[in-house]
Design a protein around this ligand. Structure first.
Ligand SMILES: [Zn+2]
Length: 304
């Protein structure tokens, strides 16, 4: 056996991917895949299981997901139980030893990001709360996007050390591009600092925190629980009292309740995109913020 072959065999045994072969990355959501694509370039293949137009808490498992997982070198998940309703059985059934939790081919991105709304005291899923460990929608703050990119560059490098310099270079470019983009987004949002909004699901605390918006309340009484008449009435009263006019809704929720609330308070429903791939205009991480910020600015300008 040649030295090169021996090195490849030793590398495979250690979970290291040889330089020539592409690292096969599977992600639970399209936001993770979008950032991974920026960092991995041609050295990886990367594909998401959930689509950007789906509610990431509730994805219907399909046999094709298993095929993707069986071949993966690395599985990247959002974590904080976002995928608990659909992903764990697929990971087990894939029988892919590399991507089982706690193995080197399993990456929980929440460990690298700033997490909001971490509950104090006893952790509970009481009343169906789907955020028992903190808010899992953390990719909607670009500062977390930068942390995600860095963590991916490090992980790709540890699995494929021969391409570490390229991953580091691509991270540096992403960081520079993001810093520039953030200046533009901050400038657009600056006039609306302190504006109050209502959101359907608790998808936006990271976004609102970053761009200076205040979330007054939610259409859902609890994360994952559909609107109730009593809560909706309370919400209408609160919005009238505090002059809140904008209701942010994710594209996968029924618009009837938000529309009825908006007409009661003389406000407007804005369907914001929570994920890359939610529509044809949002195909990368930068377009996600471009799209959402433009919609928000239009709504705020219209409502004064
Ligand atoms: Zn959620």
């Amino acid at each position: 056996m040649s030295i090169r072959k021996i090195l490849i065999v030793v590398g495979l045994a250690a979970g290291i991917c040889p330089a020539g072969s592409k690292l096969n990355v599977v992600t639970s959501t399209e936001d993770l895949a979008a950032i991974g694509r920026e960092i991995g370039g041609d050295h990886i293949t990367i594909e998401s299981i959930a689509k950007g137009y789906q509610d990431p808490h509730f994805v219907e498992p399909k046999p094709s997901f298993l095929l993707k997982l069986q071949k993966a070198d690395l599985l990247v998940v959002v974590g904080l139980q976002l995928e608990i309703g659909w992903l764990p059985p697929l990971i087990t059934q894939s029988r892919n030893a590399k991507i089982q939790p706690a193995q080197s081919g399993y990456m929980d991105m929440s460990q690298f990001c700033q997490i909001l709304e971490i509950p104090q005291g006893q952790v509970t899923r009481a009343m169906g709360d789907v955020h028992p460990l903190g808010n899992p929608h953390y990719w909607l703050n670009p500062d977390n996007g930068r942390r995600m990119a860095k963590a991916l560059a490090d992980r790709f490098s540890s699995i494929q050390p021969a391409n570490a310099a390229q991953f580091a270079q691509r991270y540096a470019e992403f960081d520079k591009h993001l810093t520039e983009a953030q200046k533009g987004w901050d400038a657009k949002m600056a006039p609306y600092k302190g504006r109050k909004v209502v959101t359907y699901h608790r998808s936006w605390p990271n976004f609102c925190d970053r761009f200076g918006l205040n979330v007054a309340d939610y259409v859902e009484p609890k994360p994952g629980i559909p609107p109730t008449p009593a809560h909706t009435l309370d919400l209408i009263n609160l919005m009238k009292r505090e002059g809140v006019k904008v209701i942010l809704v994710e594209p996968y929720f029924d618009l009837r309740t938000p529309n009825s609330i908006a007409s009661n308070v003389g406000g407007e429903v804005v369907v914001l995109m929570p994920s890359v791939g939610g529509n044809k205009e949002v195909t990368n991480y930068f377009q996600l913020f471009d799209y959402d910020i433009n919609l928000l600015v239009n709504a705020f300008t219209k409502l004064k």
